[in-house]
Each structure stands twice: as C-alpha cells, then as structure tokens.
Design a protein around this ligand. Structure first.
Ligand SMILES: [Zn+2]
Length: 260
C-alpha cells in the first residue's frame, strides 16, 4: 500500500481497519468481563494493535482542537478510581466553552467537548500503554475523553455510536524530564489511595500534554477499554509520541504500585 507523501497534504489520517485482534490489560479478570458485560465480547473492542503498513492513509480535513491552548478551568477534580487517575473538568466553569474537537472523520457539525483526561501506565516500562503501535507498547498513554454536544450528558452519549471521541497520546522515554507534566505529577501523591478524590488547581493546557506534531494520527471506531466496553468511541491516536523521562514514569509507578 502506498503511503501518501506528507509533503503533498497537510493532514494524513490513518483509518484503522477493525480487527478482532485487540487485547487489553492481560489480567485474569478481563476474560470474565463478557460474563457480566456482553459488549466486552464485541467485534469493535479497544485497544487494538496498530500497524502503519496495514492502516489506510487518507488526506482528510484537519482535526480542529479548539481551546487546547487555554488553561483548563479551575478547580478540577483529581480522582483515583482504583484503575487510573483522572482529571475531570469543572462543567460549571465560568467560561463560554470548554475545549472541544471537530473535523477529521467526525460527523459534520458535531462538536465534542472535553469531559476528563486520564492516564494508563504499567509496572514495566514497555507495558504501560493500551494501544500498541507498530509492535511497540509505549510506557504510558493518555486519553482525553470528549462527549458529543448533541447529547445532554456523558451517560447519554455512551448510548450512541457517535457519542464519544477519545484523543490519545502515547508517551516515549527520553533522558530529560518533560516539564509540561510537572504540575500534574506533583499532585499525584495526594490521591495515592484508591477512591481518593480531591479538588485541585492544576495550571495545565491540553496542548502541553499532546505531541507538537499532531498532523498525523490514526483513527478507528472502537470501544471503552473497560466495562461496560460500549462500542461508541471514535479513537484518535497521534502518531508522534510525547516525551517522558524514566524517573517521571517511575514516580507514577511508585505512587500507585498497587494498580499494576
Ligand atoms: Zn483510558
């Protein structure tokens, strides 16, 4: 398959052909999910293993990320749900609009507003991310979860196949710290224990958490990666990883060693 030269188009979007070769946490409990959540045995389950050579390259309209340069409204809520740490966005913030995305392969005129962001990591440096890219599993993956404004709330959006967009970034080890992560990492010890929840004022922009090159990404229709495994997620995964130092990854692993 011919890969379109990046010089000829501004944006290249790889459409991933769905397959059933997805995989997940590798925990024994995961095999039991379909017993209680039938959708977990579906055909569009995430995450998947992404192969550039098998993806279909397409020039498409840009993914527009509006408000990604703005500081997230404060206070946010930092939650340790026992599986991940998530930063939820204050919906009552005095701001006209929260960051949102549209364009690319998303339905025309449909806008997707941020709900929360969270991270996935693992005990070993090569086993943290959920998606595998060209045979590599990166140490960490971030998911920025967006809900379609066509639906009143996140629960309702989960009932519709065009309801939710997750923008994902993979993290790659480098020697130096990624200073953009510092405001977030500094607060993690405060939610060390499962089900801890805390109001925080973290000065952070979404732009600082995603790669500087967002022109190329992979997209496919998939699912929530945990029960109820709803197959309503449009995944957008940047091809370029975000840097993170080994010590920063280690910092997270040590705080939440009980997760892995
Ligand atoms: Zn996730």
């Amino acid at each position: 398959m011919r890969i379109i030269s990046h010089a000829t188009v501004t944006w290249v979007i790889f459409i991933i052909v769905p397959s059933t070769s997805g995989f997940g946490y590798g925990k024994r409990e995961q095999h039991l999910w379909p017993k209680t959540h039938k959708l977990c045995a579906g055909k569009l389950q995430s995450p998947v293993s992404i192969s550039t050579s098998k993806a279909i390259p397409l020039p498409l309209p840009a993914l527009e990320m509006i408000g990604y340069h703005d500081f997230l409204p404060m206070p946010q809520t930092l939650i340790n749900d026992g599986r991940t740490v998530k930063l939820t966005i204050n919906k009552n913030a005095i701001r006209e609009k929260l960051p949102y995305v549209f364009g690319a392969t998303l339905k025309p005129n449909q806008q997707y507003e941020i709900e929360q962001l969270h991270f996935h990591w693992g005990a070993k440096n090569n086993r943290g991310a959920e998606h595998v890219l060209n045979g590599l599993r990166y140490p960490m993956e971030m998911h920025i979860v967006h809900r379609s404004l066509a639906y009143a709330n996140f629960s309702q959006a989960l009932q519709h196949e065009d309801g939710v967009v997750v923008v994902a970034a993979l993290f790659q080890l480098q020697d130096e710290h990624n200073e953009h992560l510092r405001p977030f990492l500094e607060r993690l010890p405060d939610v060390k224990w499962a089900h801890a929840e805390l109001s925080v004022n973290i000065s952070i922009t979404l732009t600082s958490l995603i790669p500087s090159d967002t022109d190329v990404f992979y997209t496919y229709k998939g699912s929530l990666t945990t029960p109820p495994c709803s197959e309503v997620i449009t995944w957008i995964i940047f091809a370029t990883p975000v840097p993170i130092s080994f010590r920063q990854v280690f910092h997270i692993i040590i705080i939440f060693y009980c997760f892995v």
